[in-house]
Design a binder for this molecule. Structure first.
Ligand SMILES: [Fe+2]
Length: 391
């Protein structure tokens, strides 16, 4: 048996890696970039800096800064039109997961047309769109290293998972210096997302020895540094570890998969507009506890890689420590419950069957070591409210 491994062609990793952007473009033999980003990146001065960097090499970079958080089919239309009406030969995707995911969808739709729902899983999008150089500014979604994009279908309130070689950036510039100004809340949400990627990749039924190695390396970097980066954003060593950990976690799940947490998390995001990392965080302790009986050794490995258990601990003890760590982490990082976030219980009950349907349809739950049936998934969703009652 063999495994297909997919990676960006070039990764530039480390302090001030973004300074190498002109070299990366030269090596890709491209000269007409469109920067796809959001207003925050413009405000922070990152867009000006990149334009100046490129101008010094005689490259004029246009800017599209209208991407939005948790992008939708409608929100990407203007960017698609911009690509279709221009003669760009490369896209520079700058920002958190949302600008990068937006750029991935725009790069395909801009070249091949149609609607994003035409490209949703299980279709494999192996067409080559406009090449993307991804520069993440959070640690993170790992989108800079993956073959996935998530775009919400507004008409149906459904987060569409789109998969294929066509969504893999041709280059990724992993520069932790860009993350030092990320606020604590976003640091927590994106950091938990990265940790979830690594755990799910490691326990997934689609895992391989290659993805295992990436996932464990990611957990070793994320475990000791997530809280440190949250409490002190200027801690460069923590930021550096989180940035690399996030990219390695992206590589891990791109070449394995995510699983039940992500499958159940997307409908929460789509219906209650909970940021992706937060909805993962809300689910992670309960889903981990549910899944451990089907892969206790695997979860014990995760606990040890994160540094919350060691080899003196038996498997059961390591798993207990993992669940306790995940629960305590949510407290420490001030992850709200769904109720705290503002969701109404009645709305939740009215939607929960549809949420289960969407979760199963995404395919992610079937990668989980323990695949829930409908009743089990319902119980897991409802546990989000039980936790509130017990507080
Ligand atoms: Fe994620």
């Amino acid at each position: 048996m063999s495994h297909t491994i997919v990676l960006p062609r070039i990764m530039e990793i480390g302090h001030d890696a973004s300074q190498k952007l002109p070299t990366v473009l030269r090596n890709l033999a491209v000269t007409k970039p469109l920067i796809i980003t959001d207003k925050m990146m413009v405000q922070l001065g990152y867009v000006d800096k990149i334009q100046a960097l490129l101008a010094a090499e005689g490259i004029v970079a246009d800017v599209f800064d209208d991407t939005v958080p948790e992008p939708t089919d409608r929100s990407i239309e203007a960017g698609v039109a911009r690509i279709q009406n221009g003669d760009y030969d490369v896209i520079i995707a700058l920002g958190g997961g949302s600008p990068i995911d937006s750029a991935k969808a725009m790069a395909i739709l801009g070249k091949f047309g149609g609607e994003i729902r035409d490209y949703k899983f299980p279709r494999q999008v192996n067409e080559s769109g406009l090449p993307i150089v991804a520069i993440p500014t959070t640690a993170g979604t790992g989108s800079e290293a993956t073959k996935f994009t998530i775009i919400t279908d507004e008409a149906n309130n459904e987060k569409l998972l789109c998969v294929g070689l066509g969504f893999v950036p041709v280059a990724a510039i992993i520069d932790y210096s860009l993350t030092t100004s990320v606020p604590a809340r976003t640091t927590a949400d994106t950091g938990i997302d990265a940790m979830t990627h690594a755990i799910e990749a490691y326990v997934s039924q689609k895992r391989s020895p290659y993805s295992d190695a990436q996932a464990l390396a990611a957990l070793r970097l994320i475990g000791p540094n997530l809280q440190a980066a949250y409490h002190d954003g200027k801690n460069e060593a923590a930021r550096e570890a989180m940035m690399l950990g996030s990219t390695l976690a992206g590589i891990a799940f791109c070449n394995s998969s995510v699983a039940l947490v992500h499958g159940m998390s997307r409908p929460i995001g789509a219906f209650f507009h909970v940021p992706h990392g937060l909805s993962n965080a809300m689910l992670l302790p309960a889903v981990t506890e549910f899944s451990i009986p089907a892969a206790p050794e695997r979860y014990a490995d995760c606990a040890r890689a994160l540094g919350v258990a060691d080899y003196a601990d038996g498997i059961e003890e390591a798993n207990d420590k993992l669940v306790r760590f995940l629960t305590d982490l949510n407290q420490e990082l001030q992850v709200p419950s769904l109720a705290d976030f503002g969701a109404e219980h009645a709305d939740f009950e009215a939607l929960v069957d549809t949420m289960c349907e969407q979760a199963f349809a995404s395919g992610s739950p079937s990668n989980n070591p323990r695949v829930p049936n409908q009743a089990e998934m319902l119980a897991l969703y409802r546990s989000l409210w039980a936790t509130v009652a017990s507080h």
